[in-house]
Design a protein around this ligand. Structure first.
Ligand code: ZN
Length: 492
């Protein structure tokens, strides 16, 4: 047998949670073709990986890089962490389909990016990614707020029957064209007026296509329990698999509440399919005028359209300089995004440790001072939480980053190291891995990541993006199952 590449002497953690084992691994084209003692195999290239861990490339189930995959296709902030597959279109905001010709809601512009290319159909966006692939594999949810912006005359109202029918049709079309589910963000103004019946009607469309209802819930602070109950009601009424995005208990008064919320999720999981993801930080990040500055102990401005120089400054300092109150400063800085210190470390650790929890960065790229999670999430969990604090074994940590999201979102032959799987791989040093990004210096690659491969091609090597862009635009082909375009071609 002839391999393109043999990675020699690593400890392999295969993503299933099973203990590591020492073996060589061979790649040919975009697949893993052999695992074992391959010392006699000829290969185009060999990497000596003695002392390193070889794992499936990490899957980030929750990012806002819908536009970044087009504008920054090397995706250094993702591949430098070992991430090889991302899921876009979260929190109710997706870049496609956009048929509205009026100005888009400011939250949509701030979260996904300004000057958005407009894709009238989901397949237009998908085709663009096939023609100009980024470094990582991508899948996408369809955002409820995006559908509302397309269909509704007044976003401050519940959808009328006619508007709901238009949104349902647009969602159904997008799911048929390969989107992998529905996301909602009733926390945000464009969807805040949506009642349970509107959410349930759309979740039924998602369920009929065998896809998920993924939600940034209406409240993650004082009313997080009620918001969870609403999410479960959608799952029950629509018979839909639900997924709670970036679960947190925000605000001082709600610290400790994760004991109750996780028990609620555990109880619901007894007879329904439910999952969740979270980020490993006590600070969150979103649009500045989300109201969160009133709950936060500290707010850092991440990006401001009218005041780009103030990125990285504390909101309280800016208000003091301007001699105004915080609300006035927020209004002047908009459109803007910010970092909010809202959570308790004990809640963060409790949510991370819960058996069903996956890891996500919730990254919004762009701007000069993003949240450090954009560059640092996965290495932080591997370094700080797995190695230093021993919250979970390395095998279990990697499972939460690979097979767990692959299975949950139906990503086909991804998230596991096995013969025949796509060669999405990360090679790292478990003793030294840590995030480089901090709140002060947020744009900095992680330490300890040696090589990253997507579909058999190297995208990150020793501190640098290679410039290769082998990412596949993943599509849904049969209910609950997602395969790559090349797979689809083979099965047709
Ligand atoms: Zn969100």
């Amino acid at each position: 047998m002839q391999a393109d590449l043999i990675i020699h002497g690593a400890d392999i953690i295969d993503g299933t949670g099973e203990p590591r084992f020492a073996a060589d691994l061979a790649i040919c084209d975009d697949r893993i073709i052999a695992i074992g003692d391959l010392s006699r195999w000829p290969a185009g290239r060999r990497i000596d990986a003695t002392g390193l861990i070889l794992a499936p490339g990490f899957i980030d189930p929750h990012v806002h890089h819908d536009a970044a995959v087009l504008t920054d296709p090397d995706m250094p902030f993702m591949v430098s962490q070992g991430v090889t597959t991302i899921i876009n279109g979260n929190c109710g905001f997706s870049i496609a389909p956009i048929t509205a010709d009026n100005p888009l809601p400011v939250q949509l512009r701030m979260i996904i990016g300004d000057d958005l290319p407009r894709f009238a159909r989901y397949r237009d966006y998908h085709d663009r990614l096939v023609q100009n692939p980024p470094a990582v594999n991508t899948a996408c949810l369809i955002g409820h707020s995006t559908l509302r912006a397309n269909a509704m005359a007044d976003l401050d109202q519940p959808a009328s029957p006619v508007e709901l029918a238009a949104m349902s049709q647009q969602l159904e079309d997008a799911l048929a064209e390969g989107a992998i589910g529905l996301s909602t963000g009733t926390f945000y103004a464009p969807s805040r007026a949506a009642p349970l019946t509107e959410l349930t009607a759309l979740a039924r469309v998602a369920a009929a296509e065998g896809t998920l209802y993924v939600t940034h819930m209406r409240d993650e602070g004082d009313r997080v329990v009620e918001a969870l109950e609403e999410t479960f009601a959608v799952g029950r009424d629509a018979c839909c698999d639900v997924h709670v995005s970036h679960h947190k208990c925000a605000g001082l008064a709600n610290h400790g509440l994760s004991q109750q919320t996780l028990q609620m999720i555990e109880d619901f999981a007894a007879d329904h399919r439910v999952g969740l993801d979270t980020t490993p930080w006590i600070a969150s990040s979103t649009v500045l005028n989300s109201g969160r500055h009133r709950q936060a102990t500290r707010v850092i401005v991440a990006e401001s359209e009218p005041y780009p120089d103030l990125a990285g400054r504390d909101l309280s300092d800016i208000a003091e300089t301007w001699n105004c109150d915080l609300d006035t400063a927020v209004d002047r800085l908009m459109p803007a995004t910010a970092i909010f210190f809202l959570m308790d470390e004990a809640d963060v650790q409790r949510i991370l440790s819960y058996r069903q929890t996956m890891i996500c960065s919730d990254g919004i790229s762009g701007g000069s001072h993003p949240h450090p999670r954009v560059w640092g999430t996965f290495p932080r969990v591997l370094g700080r939480y797995a190695r230093d604090l021993n919250l979970f074994t390395l095998e279990n940590t990697i499972q939460r980053m690979t097979s767990m999201p692959a299975d949950r979102f139906g990503l086909g032959a991804r998230g596991r190291i096995t013969v025949g799987a796509f060669a999405d791989l990360v090679l790292f040093d478990a003793d030294t891995i840590r995030e480089g990004a901090t709140f002060e210096t947020p744009i900095r690659p992680a330490e300890g990541i040696a090589h990253v491969f997507v579909n058999g091609r190297e995208v990150w090597a020793n501190g640098h993006a290679t410039g290769q862009r082998p990412g596949t635009a993943l599509v849904k082909t049969t209910p609950g199952k997602v395969v790559s375009v090349s797979d689809k071609r083979k099965t047709l």
